[in-house]
Design a protein around this ligand. Structure first.
Ligand SMILES: CC(C)(COP(=O)(O)OP(=O)(O)OC[C@H]1O[C@@H](n2cnc3c(N)ncnc32)[C@H](O)[C@@H]1OP(=O)(O)O)[C@@H](O)C(=O)NCCC(=O)NCCS
Length: 196
């Protein structure tokens, strides 16, 4: 089990019992407006959780789907992940999604910063990227706040929900990333399983 703890959040591996709070955001059309999946039926959410759990057994492990849990209330408020898409080039990407009730409080930025720590310190990545729909202002803003640089616009590169979609491409390199100064005080990575 991988666990990252930040000031307000716990990022931990998803578990079977998480399906209800996951489904409550994954079935909301407003939440999934700019992503490639959803709104989910119950079976789709349960399949997602099963696939996420299966990745925990990969060796080497390349896919980390984390629940985002509010530490104070032990409440699952969203999910995020980091995925090593090109191990040879030490490249990976991140993504995040939150229940609508928890938008606008800096939680996605806090989770995304933790993913960068995890990606650069634990997974030893050289480059971490993310994409978002150009209309997804909140997501683009999160990527800017974690110091990713906008590298370009992928024009009509995917057919999603009946339309050709564009994406903004953002990335940060290991030598550009400033390790948070409070990493020892407010951030902990706790691996309870052997490293991948
Ligand atoms: C994207 C998402 C995760 C952001 O979560 P969040 O916790 O609200 O993000 P944060 O609070 O950390 O930061 C959001 C930033 O966007 C800004 N923002 C949000 N909507 C905005 C708008 N319409 N116009 C301008 N800025 C906006 C906020 O003001 C904040 O920036 P600031 O701190 O400079 O004020 C959340 O909106 C979500 O779950 N969306 C649906 C799923 C999704 O699209 N995921 C991303 C896929 S690429």
């Amino acid at each position: 089990m991988e666990i990252c703890q930040t000031e307000r959040l716990i990022l931990r591996d998803l578990e079977e019992a998480d399906w209800k709070p996951v489904h409550s955001y994954a079935s909301n059309p407003e939440v999934v407006r700019y992503v490639d999946w959803g709104p989910n039926a119950v079976g789709e959410t349960r399949n997602f959780i099963q696939r996420a759990i299966a990745t925990q057994k990969e060796r080497p492990r390349r896919n980390y789907h984390f629940a985002i849990v509010l530490n104070a209330q032990n409440r699952l408020i969203g999910a995020c992940g980091i995925y090593v898409s090109n191990p040879g080039n030490r490249e990976g990407w991140i993504g995040f999604v939150l229940n609508r009730h928890f938008w606008g409080q800096g939680y996605a930025t806090e989770a995304a910063k933790a993913l960068l720590v995890f990606g650069f310190k634990k997974l030893n990545l050289h480059r971490i990227f993310a994409t978002c729909d150009p209309a997804n202002i909140a997501s683009a803003r999160v990527l800017e706040k974690i110091d990713m640089q906008r590298e370009g616009r992928l024009r009509e590169h995917k057919w999603v929900k009946g339309k050709w979609r564009e994406s903004l491409l953002y990335a940060i390199l290991d030598h550009e990333w400033k390790e948070p100064k409070n990493i020892n005080k407010n951030f902990k990575m706790i691996a309870t399983s052997p490293p991948a």
